[in-house]
Structures are given as structure tokens and as C-alpha cells.
Write a protein of this length. Structure first.
Lengths: 373, 396
């Protein structure tokens, strides 16, 4: 498949860019932060995203979505990365949606996917238990009872856990690691909301003798350990698309500043010491563009290279977003350190995105394993 | 979108091509990827074939014009459409066929003559290049003009019926084996430096031309110094307009940079690492090199996606422009990193100053890679081009 967008995808990207600039610029994020907004995103904007169909792009038509595909969704996420718009798109639509779609039974897909697509339900995943991403370290236990299971354990870094209606939790059973869909108001389930440096939310969730019926088990597979990484790969690629948007925006703002800021009577962009670093960043960003496009296509084509591409995209975008946001602050100089200047928001978002679904070190290791070394 | 008939025609062309290659490409010309002149035929007035089968293979391809598949038939080329040429390339790759002729004429001079040459020049030089009759070398750099190429001093004085050439070129690859050289020469000393340069073709057999090979830190090299002392060059050997050679040179350098862009590996780096370090529980027995190799491999994969994306964009009409500088810069740095990693993996084994791949040859090759970010415009020059032409940053 050619690594270019078709007309429909281009139009979607352009309209998303216009909408986000108008309705969710960085001032909105600043306002959410300053008002200590409990929810962490703008309900009205989220509602408009739902109405535009953004929550159903990756979900098949038979389950109430639009079946538009991940290359299309990736364009929206890239634009979201430019304005740092907060929403449960990655946590619920992408990761929640992918887990249900890959593992759920027909009946579960019919209910959950359509509820995710129409925005009635926020479904997030509780997979990690350690401070470093490692979804296959599972000490949470699900013990079989007469009518279902009892779940005990602790989960960390559950994206948007504080506002989720349903939580998909991984737990160890007699037959391996399995997933359970649990209403967030279940007895024995407690959510500890943590506000992160990018002013978004991830929760620690503890399960203390949480009883669930047998129907809470997601899918029929005896062991979901194979499919969890695949759903995560979808989320990694989508988050990479968002990071690609953020790095481009941070870079373009930096280049504009280099042309405008005067020192020694000239624009500082005239200095080769800055020019070469800017040109190097340009190259690194170009690499990310090709990679993210290829990885998004790999989801749509169900490519056998999905895992390797997901790790490559997430590692590379993590590296480059870190580089670009660090250099941005340095090149903006003192003004870049002030809260009034928006460039700092990109640095803070970069650090959270880096740790989400595995940082570059995690993915170097995974790429090596997948390549047989 | 391709129309159905075009697709059917292409499928037929593919079948015919495959059958023809299977019948005509001798077995010895279907082994291991060739490494430039060590394995390939380079043509010239004093042809040298490594084997009889190499000669047969070259002659059969030449007769079809497939040494230059897309060049016009009128000048001896293959006359293939870009789609057909792509099919030919794919089928040659499937059968492991070597390129029948490897020359600077094909890679660099030919495209320039086709673009800027007169009808007479095309008839003469393009035909000679396709037929492998002349070995060309390139005369750009001078001892005092490296990155600042436009400051070159080799002069060509108008003497009525000829140019009188005096000066010195450096890094002229294979000049000691070449028949002709395409040169940048100064034809107007008073004009601003970019405006007084012309593009001139010079016969290496003319009186006053002499050549001295240069030995590199890798122990050997194809590079030479070439000297011109009162060399009389016919006027008709000027390509393009007088004093406008700089635009031809820029055009040619873009070709050169694009062809440098791709990192080729005889053996994937991680396989060499497995060989040298071994695996423990499926992991390389050296956690530091393992991480570095993973990171390097990701960059290699990312570069190849990025090149593929640019090619797809070019097909849909977006010009790559100064992007060739990005590919040149990144692939040079990537290749240097690759060899440093291989040296680290090889440890003391890699220090041997020998001939064979990979132990022994590795040390030489590593030394050679240091030139990647110097030749064809240094990495710093590429970054300057990106800063100015792509990012629009101001210049002094």
C-alpha cells in the first residue's frame, strides 16, 4: 500500500485540525489545569467529537462504528497531538475498543463496542502492576466461585480510570491470564485518582474481594496473554500518531521562534549552532512520519509485522519527542521556562506519553526479542 | 489508478522478461550481490571482463538497451516506461542477476547529457555509455575546494577553437582507469563564483593530463588526483551553456545523494552479533550492544519507511526537493554507526587488517565509512541545505 493519504483521509485530517484549533487549543488545557477540573477533559468538546464520529472510526459498522480504519483515526490523533487536546479517545476508544474487539465474544462486542462508539460508556484497561510498563506481570488473582469469580489485586496507571464506567482488568486464573470487564462502581473496587504532570489523569485501582459473574470474563479464550500485547500494539501505534503531532507542533513553534527572536542584532536562527540541531530534528521527525504511516497501515491490514512496527514507532516517537521538547525549551531560552509560554506543555505531555504503553527501553528490548536476538 | 489494459500489458512484460532473464543470464552472474567494481563490469576503451560469462551477460543486456533501461531507444537505451523498468529491476532481483554494467556514465553523466546536452552530444555520448565503450570519471573537488565547491580554480581559457585547461582535481574516482572525465572548470574569473563555472568533457588521453592514485586510511582506494597542464579541449565538449555549469553540477549532486541514501547490508548486523556474541535465553550475550543494535535497527527500518513514503509522494506529484540532503545525511551517519557497532561486537577479532568478510575486512570497511559523511557533500553541508531550503532559517 502506498504510504500516502487518500482524499477522504486528507479531508478528515484538515477538518480535525480546524475543529481542534477552534474548540480545544492549548488554552483549554491550561484552563482545565487551573480550575483543577475533576474530569480532566472538556465534556462539551468530547460530545462534539462523538457527534463527528471520531469515537467510531476504528469500530466496524456491524458494531455501530464507521469502519473507517486506523489510518484515518491516526490523522485525528496527530492533530490532537498538536493542540494537546484531552479526551478518553486513547484509553477507551483505542485500547478499550481493541481489547474488546480482539478478545470479546460476539455478544460482548455488540454491546460494548457500540457503547464505546456512541460515547455512552468509557471503557478503560487496568493492565500494569509495576511502575515500569510490563503487562504480562500479573499478580492480581481471579478465583473461581460457584457463580463467577472473586478478584483481588492492585493495578497502576489506569488511564482515565477515575471516569471509566467499565474497567477491563487482567488477572491470573487457573488457566492463565484472563481479562474481566468490571463496572467501576462494583463493591470492593476503589479508585485513587492521580493527576499527572501533563494535567491528565491515571488512577491506581485496588480490587478487594470484588465479586463478578461468569459473564464478566472477556471472551472465551483460556489465556489472553497472547492477545493483550496485540491490543496494546494498536494503542502504541495510535499514541505514536498523537506524539507525531506533538513533535511537529513543538518543532514548528521552535523554528518560528528562531526566526523571530533577535539577539546581537540578528534573528538567532542565523547561528549554525542552532541551525544544525534544528536540521537534525527535522530528519528525525521525517523518520517518524514514514514509520507512523506504515504502522497505522499495518493495523488496517492486520500485518504480521504489527508487533515490530508498533515497538519501532513507539520507541522512535518517544526518542524524538523527548529530543524535540528538550531542544525546544533550550532554544526558547528563559522564556521557554515560563508557564506563560505554551512550549512547556509539550515537554510535560512528552514525558507522560513516553511512559504510557512502554518507554523506548522497553521497546528496544521487545524489538530485539521479536527479531531473535 | 492503473487502467486494466496497462496492468495486463505489464503482467505480460513481466512474464516475457522473466523468461528472457532465465534463458540469458548465466549462472555465475546470479550469485551474491555485486560489490561495485570488485564483481561488476565497468566498460571502457580497454574492457576487462572477470569471466567469459560476465562478457556474455553484458553483451546480451547491452543489445537490448537494458544497461540503461529507461533511456530513449533513439540513443541506444531500452526505451522502457518507469513501470516496465521497475518490473525489470524486480525480476532481476528475484533471479539474483547482477547489474550488467556499473559506471559513473550510467549513474551521473548520462542523466546530465540527456537533460542539458545537444543532439550531437546525445548521439555520441549516450550511445557510448549504454554500450559501455567509455569509462567516465568525475572531476569536481579540488585541493582548495571541498565543501566550498564553487570556489574551484581549474581554469578553461577560450582560445578560439579550443579551451586551454590548467589546474588540479582531487577525489577523482578511478581516474587511473578512466577514458574521459566530466569536469567543472572556471571559464569566467571575474564573475561571482557560482556564475563563472562551466561543465566540460575532457579526454584523459590528451597531452597534459596526468593522474596519481591516493591511498586512504582503509589501506586502498579508487581515488586519484588528476592534473591538467595546458590541455587543449575541443569547444564542442562543453555541455550546456557557457558559465552555467553550476546548475548542472547541483542537479548531478542531487542524483548522487539520492543513490547514497540507502543502507545496504551484506549481513544484517544482529546476525553478525549473534555469530560473535552468542545467545543466552534467546538474548544476545551482551546487554549493551543488544540495546544499541536494536536502536540502530529501528533507525534503519525507519529510514527505509521514510524513503518509501517519499517515493510514493513523488509518484503522486509531490517533489522531494531538498529532501535528498536528509537522506544523504541520515544514511551516512547510520552507516558509520553500523560499523562502529560491528567493531564493538567483533571486539579484538575485528582489529585484524585482512581481506575477508567480515573479520579482517571489517576494520578496513569501518575506516572507509568515515568518508560517507564527507563525500558528496559533508553532513554539515547537508544540514546547512536543510536549514536554509527546507526550514527557511535565515543566512548571513
Amino acid at each position: 500500500m502506498a504510504l500516502i493519504l487518500n482524499e477522504e483521509q486528507k479531508m478528515l485530517k484538515d477538518s480535525a485540525a480546524d475543529f481542534l484549533k477552534e474548540r480545544s487549543p492549548i488554552e483549554s488545557l491550561r484552563r482545565l489545569r487551573d480550575t483543577k477540573d475533576k474530569q480532566g477533559y472538556d465534556t462539551q468538546v468530547w460530545q462534539e467529537m462523538i457527534e463527528m464520529g471520531w469515537t467510531g472510526l476504528n469500530i466496524a459498522e456491524q458494531y455501530g462504528g464507521l469502519g473507517f480504519g486506523y489510518v484515518g483515526l491516526g490523522q485525528i490523533l496527530e492533530e490532537i497531538g498538536r493542540t494537546l487536546a484531552c479526551s478518553p479517545l486513547i484509553s477507551s476508544v483505542v485500547l478499550g475498543g481493541a481489547l474488546v474487539n480482539l478478545i470479546g465474544t460476539e455478544a460482548q462486542k455488540s454491546i460494548l463496542l457500540s457503547e464505546i462508539a456512541n460515547g455512552n460508556m468509557i471503557v478503560t484497561a487496568a493492565l500494569d502492576e509495576t511502575n515500569q510498563h510490563n503487562p504480562l506481570v500479573v499478580n492480581t488473582m481471579a478465583s473461581k466461585t460457584e457463580h463467577g469469580f472473586v478478584i483481588n489485586g492492585q493495578k497502576k496507571f489506569v488511564l482515565d480510570g477515575h471516569i471509566a464506567n467499565q474497567i477491563i482488568v487482567s488477572a491470573r486464573t487457573d488457566s492463565g491470564i484472563q481479562l474481566f470487564v468490571i463496572p467501576s462502581d462494583s463493591e470492593g473496587l476503589s479508585v485513587n485518582q492521580r493527576i499527572l504532570m501533563d494535567h491528565r489523569n491515571a488512577s491506581d485501582i485496588s480490587f478487594e474481594n470484588v465479586s463478578v459473574p461468569s459473564s464478566a470474563l472477556l471472551g472465551k479464550q483460556e489465556d489472553a496473554a497472547e492477545m493483550i500485547p496485540k491490543a496494546l500494539d494498536v494503542a502504541r501505534i495510535c499514541l505514536s500518531a498523537e506524539m507525531l503531532g506533538s513533535m511537529q507542533e513543538a518543532f514548528e513553534r521552535t523554528i518560528a521562534y528562531l526566526k523571530e527572536r533577535q539577539q546581537f542584532g540578528v534573528p538567532i536562527g542565523i547561528f549554525q549552532g542552532l541551525q544544525h540541531r534544528a536540521a537534525h530534528m527535522y530528519c528525525e521527525i521525517e523518520l517518524c512520519k514514514g514509520l507512523v504511516m506504515k504502522a497505522l497501515q499495518a493495523i488496517d491490514m492486520d500485518s504480521p509485522d504489527l508487533a515490530k512496527l508498533a515497538s519501532t514507532a513507539k520507541a522512535k516517537c518517544g526518542e524524538v519527542l523527548q529530543l524535540v521538547t528538550n531542544e525546544a525549551i533550550q532554544m526558547f531560552g528563559g522564556i521557554g521556562m515560563t508557564d506563560d509560554e505554551e512550549i512547556g506543555f509539550f515537554l510535560k505531555r512528552a514525558r507522560v506519553a513516553q511512559q504510557t504503553f512502554g518507554d523506548y527501553n522497553y521497546h528496544y528490548d521487545r524489538y530485539a526479542r521479536l527479531s531473535g536476538f | 489508478m492503473q487502467s486494466a489494459t496497462v496492468k495486463v500489458d505489464l503482467d505480460m512484460f513481466r512474464e516475457e522478461t522473466r523468461a528472457w532473464l532465465e534463458e540469458n543470464c548465466p549462472p555465475s552472474q546470479r550469485t551474491t550481490p555485486p560489490r561495485g567494481l570488485e564483481d561488476c563490469y565497468a566498460g571502457g576503451r580497454k574492457p576487462y571482463f572477470h569471466s567469459e560469462e560476465q562478457k556474455i551477460w553484458f553483451e546480451r543486456m547491452r543489445d537490448k538497451g537494458w544497461t540503461a533501461p529507461t533511456w530513449p531507444k533513439a540513443y541506444g537505451g531500452g526505451g522502457l516506461t518507469p513501470q516496465q523498468a521497475k518490473v525489470l529491476k524486480e525480476e532481476m532481483k528475484n533471479l539474483n542477476c547482477r547489474v550488467p554494467l556499473w559506471s559513473f556514465g550510467l549513474m551521473m553523466l548520462g542523466p546530465a547529457i540527456l537533460h542539458y546536452g545537444t543532439e550531437e552530444q546525445k548521439q555520441k555520448y549516450i550511445r557510448e555509455i549504454v554500450n559501455g565503450e567509455v569509462w567516465w570519471c568525475q572531476g569536481y573537488s579540488e585541493p582548495g575546494s571541498g565543501s566550498d565547491l564553487a570556489s574551484l580554480q581549474t581554469s578553461a581559457e577560450d582560445k578560439g577553437d579550443h579551451f586551454l585547461v590548467n589546474g588540479q582535481k582531487v577525489w577523482t574516482s578511478y581516474a587511473d582507469r578512466s577514458d574521459m572525465i566530466f569536469c567543472l572548470v572556471r571559464t569566467d574569473k571575474d564573475a561571482p563564483k557560482h556564475k563563472g563555472i562551466s561543465f566540460l568533457l575532457i579526454d584523459m588521453e590528451l597531452e597534459g593530463v596526468s593522474v596519481r592514485p591516493i591511498k586512504l586510511i582503509s589501506g586502498k582506494s579508487p581515488f586519484c588526483e588528476t592534473f591538467f597542464e595546458n590541455v587543449k579541449v575541443p569547444k564542442e565538449n562543453l555541455v550546456g551553456t557557457l558559465n552555467e555549469g553550476w546548475s548542472i553540477a547541483k542537479n548531478l549532486l542531487t542524483h548522487e545523494r539520492t543513490s547514497i541514501g540507502i543502507v545496504t547490508e551484506e549481513q544484517p548486523l544482529h546476525e553478525y552479533a549473534i555469530e560473535k556474541l552468542g545467545l543466552v535465553d534467546g538474548k544476545l550475550n551482551d546487554p549493551y550492544n543488544r540495546m544499541q543494535i536494536a536502536k540502530w535497527s529501528m533507525d534503519r527500518d525507519a529510514l527505509s519507511s521514510s524513503i518509501a513514503k517519499t517515493i510514493d509522494e513523488a509518484k503522486s506529484g509531490t517533489q522531494p526537493g531538498a529532501k535528498s540532503s536528509f537522506f544523504k545525511y541520515y544514511s551516512s551517519e547510520l552507516n558509520k554507526r553500523r560499523y562502529e557497532l560491528a567493531m564493538s561486537v567483533g571486539g579484538t577479532d575485528a582489529l585484524e587488517w585482512g581481506e575477508d568478510y567480515m573479520d579482517g575486512k571489517l576494520a578496513r570497511d569501518m575506516c572507509r565509512t568515515k568518508a560517507n559523511s564527507i563525500e558528496g557533500g559533508t553532513s554539515e553541508i547537508q544540514l546547512n541545505i536543510i536549514s536554509k531550503r527546507i526550514l527557511g532559517l535565515p543566512s548571513k
